[in-house]
Design a protein around this ligand. Sequence first.
Ligand SMILES: *Cc1c(COP(=O)(O)O)cnc(C)c1O
Length: 411
Amino acid sequence: MRNIDLAYLQNLDKQDSNAHLRDLFDLPAGQVYLDGNSLGALPTATAEKMQQVIKQQWGQDLIKSWNSHDWISKPTQLGDRIGQLIGADKGQTLVADTTSVNIFKLAAAAVAMRPERSKLVTETGNFATDLYLLQGLERMLGDRVQVVAVPRDQVLEAIDDDTALLLLTHSHYKSGALWDMQAVTQRAHDKGALVLWDLCHSVGAMPLELDACGVDFAVGCTYKYLNAGPGSPAFLYVAKQHLADLQQPLSGWMGHAKPFAFSDQYQPHAGISQALCGTPAVLANAALEASLEVFEQADLVSLRCKAQRLGELFIALLGEHCPEFALASPADSKARGNQVSIYHEAGYAIMQNLIERNIIGDFRAPDILRFGFAPLYVRYEDVWHTVMTLKDIMHTGSWQQARFQTVHKVT
Ligand SMILES: *Cc1c(COP(=O)(O)O)cnc(C)c1O
């Protein structure tokens, strides 16, 4: 790699075919935002869209809007649009609830589909909610299932003839390390197990091919790379061939074949709508609709290339200017998502210092600094400012000041 300096990076920005997409976002001036992997930035169109849904659809059209503005179909309509980003044919993806709730529904459904099998295999150090939900299912079902959580390098061999489900996060939330979706899914299927992929750090970050990989189930959130806003609803995917046998336990009225028949007996909808539980979050769905429009003007293959390049440049510059940090992500950009994580035992205080200097990343206990390169709006020159600021913080030791040591509720 040639000598990287600010002029070189600014030139990459000039040549960047995705550069114009940044203009679709309402970003605060003078700030480098490298936390789009945790809370995506606000698309400019979102506020206007939400205003319209609030003032006209809710305010004026009131309850008629369930039909006249088709609020009732948003979970499947938006699901199909997310389907385009994850390689899923229509009718398999649904927007509803949170990722946590959707994990529970699908893990429980998988257990019901593998009545002779008792293991739920996952990795230690997986995102906490994934582990907690499996543990909750284990408690609820008594001796029926056991959670088998093993270190990453032992996951494949832990899948055996007694495995009902394998639950993995495709792009690890801390390290960004990627699993090979196709190979791992195949491996689980060879053993007769079902697979549930958590796509929280992958959707909108890179092209995915769920149908082509033969994936059974997937979940993901929309407030990270999809930019749908804090607490926006999650999605779930159920492969076509499983829709007829799915028995998800949260059999609320919206998942009924005919919700407005109000019959006493639950009868699931035949399609993906059976995975609904209660009333959809209409306002949040409006924000998601606006944020998906941004992706419909973009090319995920090209965005992923840009994100990889941003990460490579960040790692190269860091190696040159900030030797104090060790890489916590795979060095090969093909093996990691769109984030780069680095270790430092004073990581929390260093990140607080960076944030005060208008460079926003985040911290994951005990010692990881995370930097997300959301390619829709992160510029090449941002990489320069980040590394130079980090270099200054380390050289001056400014992070040691007392105010950076106070730990906030959300890190
Ligand atoms: C962000 C994230 C979640 C979030 O789940 P919620 O129910 O939306 O809080 C789940 N899994 C992974 C891997 C995540 O990164």
